[in-house]
Write a new protein. Structure first.
Length: 100
């Protein structure tokens, strides 16, 4: 083999390796795009259902628009506020009259 043949074989192998690298990179990119498209399709179903729920729930389609636990919590908070107010009054009463 002469020097030119070795040179052309080296160039051919380098180009082949580079082509393989480009092919691998393109395949990887295509797989990423397919995976992202799949995830978008799966998420879009949930987003659509959420949009319908968010639109219809306050209108009363899925209930009164207020969760029962919200009402209970509001009542409990009101009750706690009253108790805190009574305790605060007792603390200030003890501070102002040390004989108690």
């Amino acid at each position: 083999m002469n020097g030119n043949a070795k040179f052309f074989i080296s160039i051919a192998l380098a180009l082949l390796a580079e082509a393989a690298g480009v092919f691998w990179w393109a395949s990887h990119q295509a797989a990423q795009i397919r995976h992202n498209n799949y995830q978008i399709q799966m998420i879009s179903r949930d987003v659509e259902k959420n949009s319908i729920f968010v639109r219809d729930w306050p209108a009363g389609k899925y209930g009164s628009g207020e969760l029962p636990s919200d009402t209970r919590q509001d009542l409990l908070i009101e009750q706690l506020e009253k108790e805190v107010e009574k305790l605060t009054e007792r603390v200030y009463a003890v501070e102002s009259d040390p004989t108690q």
